[in-house]
Design a protein around this ligand. Structure first.
Ligand SMILES: Nc1nc(=O)c2c([nH]1)NC[C@@H]1CN(c3ccc(C(=O)N[C@@H](CCC(=O)O)C(=O)O)cc3)C=[N+]21
Length: 284
């Protein structure tokens, strides 16, 4: 038996169709949501993701604001563009594409953003609001994972979830979302300091693999029927992109999120959700 697919592409399409109606309603009230992106440097991967975000915007009627700086831009130059988007009323939400070039103080840039325009949900103010159970834009990838599980009927309430990794975009916020009263999961966070990862994985009903370690999650460590989401990216010795989950896991798991077509499209959809919700808050 091979696992059922957590179809992020199809689920993202449903979310975008719902957002299209909400954007139309906002426009009737005189508000056009606008997503800004700040891209520094010419990394082809980053260019591709940013292009995808603007394609999504066009689909749902959100205006696009694109700012591009060369890879040699200074801290001051990037901060000037952040200030500009903070002031621009046409820009209701924006992201600074990460990672920024070496030598740039990323946290300083993120703190300078207007938290009410933070489409990634990663501003310190918004991470604080999440801890305090206050309304805030939610981190896109963790929120996308929860929506993906819910829409496929995977039970989160009472589930044993193992999150592998402690990065700022996924690993850290993921348990915060999963342990809200609305989700009620029990979460174990594993990382490179975990003594016996396999022992934790074997008990998990849901595994979120966000470690960036090739094929870290092996079939023999997955409980039959578990839901396994691969959000790790690393490069093999031959230079190929590999996930955290060994392909053999699909023979044991009950559910898997494919890559591509799983969590990636959901991340992009949640970004749009954050932009639309921020615009909706502004008209209330
Ligand atoms: N401030 C910031 N926010 C981010 O959200 C952010 C970032 N920086 N830096 C880079 C990572 C990476 N990321 C992806 C989003 C969607 C896909 C995605 O949609 N992937 C498609 C495939 C896309 C393709 O290959 O054409 C899929 O999985 O099906 C991938 C990667 C967002 N990131």
């Amino acid at each position: 038996m091979t696992a059922q697919i957590l179809d992020g592409k199809a689920t993202a399409a449903e979310i975008k169709s719902d957002l299209t109606a909400r954007v139309a309603a906002l426009k009737e009230k005189g508000v056009t949501p606008g997503l800004g992106t700040i891209l520094v440097g010419d990394d082809p991967g980053s260019q591709k993701y940013v292009a995808g975000k603007h394609r999504d915007c066009a689909q749902v009627g959100i205006a696009s604001i694109q700012r591009e700086l060369s890879g040699t831009a200074t801290q001051e130059e990037i901060e000037a563009v952040v200030r500009e988007l903070n002031e621009d009323p046409a820009c209701t939400g924006y992201i600074v594409q990460l990672p920024l070039p070496k030598g740039i103080d990323e946290n300083r840039i993120l703190e300078l953003m207007d938290p009410d325009k933070d489409a990634d949900g990663l501003h310190p103010m918004n991470l604080g609001r999440l801890v305090l159970n206050e309304p805030a834009p939610l981190p896109c990838t963790p929120n996308g994972i929860i929506t993906l599980l819910r829409r496929h009927g995977v039970e989160i309430k009472g589930a044993e979830v193992v999150v592998v990794g402690r990065g700022v975009t996924i690993g850290r916020p993921m348990p915060l979302l999963l342990t809200r009263r609305s989700e009620n999961a029990t979460v174990t966070q594993c990382h490179t300091g975990t003594r016996d990862l396999a022992a934790h994985l074997r008990r998990a009903d849901i595994i979120v693999a966000a470690a960036g370690s090739a094929h870290l999650i092996r079939p023999e460590d997955v409980k039959p029927g578990a839901a396994v989401l691969d959000v790790g990216v690393s490069r093999s010795a031959e230079g190929k992109i590999v996930g955290d989950v060994h392909p053999g896991v699909a023979e044991v798991a009950g559910w898997v999120a494919p890559n591509p077509g799983g969590v990636g499209p959901m991340t992009r959809a949640q970004l749009l959700v954050n932009v639309v919700e921020a615009a909706e808050r502004s008209v209330r």
